[in-house]
Design a protein around this ligand. Structure first.
Ligand code: ADP
Ligand code: MG
Length: 303
């Protein structure tokens, strides 16, 4: 009696499943698609609506207009039915174009960012705003940098890029590092005020490791220098040794700042422990050896 009841329910369900499957199959292309999967009909019919979704994505791929306009649930991925032990599961697989994109992007591993939005890794030469003549001398400097780096990487200087807030200083240097990453050159972009905080908090853990990496990476950007609260420790134990090491090893170093070098010198001379002009001027001397000063005044691009 009990068994019969279950069978009844099953047969009603089965009828329903079959009906909706047959309805879906009135679309010839869908029918060709599902039968092409080489899966038994009695299994297929349990998944009609998900198979329709996957067919839909399959069709989107046939009419592909490029990754940017991919209408699939997850851009660049397609939901594929896979049969295992009489159960269909759906797997999201990267399409050929997406796979190529992933491969092309692997150079970004050469770029490390500390305490900055990972988005900055997408900065590129081709997207630099060209509406503003103020950027032209900097772009020219970048070209020279790249040429000279190729010829002798130990004879090139970085840039101390200073100027107004939001003018695109960080973006510009990031775009240069990005181009260099494509050539296999490793770099680090570091939001300097945060570096100090993070070094302080990692004294017990990986301080040495971090510090060594920053000192010795091929290209370094210390971003927004001068925005931090200067202390004897940050000036004499962090900044000084980083610059010293990079000078001795001819490693190109970049800076961005809202301050000119003169203003930075003043800011570095005043710490909570008093005024030390000599130590500040020593830092400035090192920066001048490592980088050519360049101003960028432009409108604020931040929203
Ligand atoms: P700064 O470092 O001078 O304060 P940012 O580099 O952070 O300025 O730029 C401010 C904003 O404008 C950021 O959101 C950045 O992504 C955008 N931006 C700046 N310059 C460009 C550019 N040349 N092309 C595209 N976006 C830019
Ligand atoms: Mg910046």
């Amino acid at each position: 009696m009990y068994m019969k009841k279950i069978n009844d329910i099953y047969s009603i369900d089965k009828e329903k499943l079959e009906k909706s499957f047959q309805e879906a199959c009135s679309d010839k292309d869908f029918k060709n698609y599902v039968y092409g999967l080489n899966i038994k009909e009695e299994i297929l019919m349990k998944y009609t609506s998900r198979l329709e979704d996957s067919y839909h994505e399959f069709n989107n791929c046939i009419n592909c207009k490029g990754l940017d306009s991919c209408p699939n649930n997850e851009k660049g991925y397609r939901c594929n039915p896979i049969l295992e032990n009489n159960i269909i599961s759906f797997s999201y697989d990267a399409c050929k174009k997406k796979q190529q994109e992933i491969k092309n992007n692997s150079y970004k591993e050469n770029l490390k960012v500390f305490a900055m939005n990972e988005e900055i890794k997408n900065a590129s030469f081709k997207d630099i705003y060209k509406d503003d003549k103020a950027r032209l001398p900097i772009i020219k400097q970048f070209k020279e940098f790249m040429d000279n780096y190729n010829k002798n990487k130990h004879k090139v200087k970085g840039i101390y890029l200073h100027g107004s807030f939001g003018s695109g200083k960080t973006y510009l240097i990031a775009s240069l590092f990005n181009e260099m990453a494509k050539k296999g050159v490793k770099s680090a972009l570091i939001y300097y005020p945060e570096l100090l905080r993070s070094l302080k908090s990692s004294f017990q853990t990986d301080y040495e490791e971090k510090f060594t990496y920053i000192k010795s990476v091929s290209l370094l950007l210390l971003d927004d220098i001068g925005a931090e609260n200067c202390s004897n420790w940050s000036r004499d134990e962090v900044l000084g040794p980083i610059l010293q090491y990079r000078m001795e090893n001819n490693l190109p170093t970049f800076f961005t700042s809202n301050l000119t070098l003169e203003e930075l010198e003043k800011a570095l001379s005043i710490t909570s422990s008093g005024v030390d002009k000599v130590k500040a001027s020593r830092i400035i001397e090192r920066i001048k050896q490592l980088a050519t000063p360049q101003e960028l005044i432009s409108k604020n691009r931040r929203d």
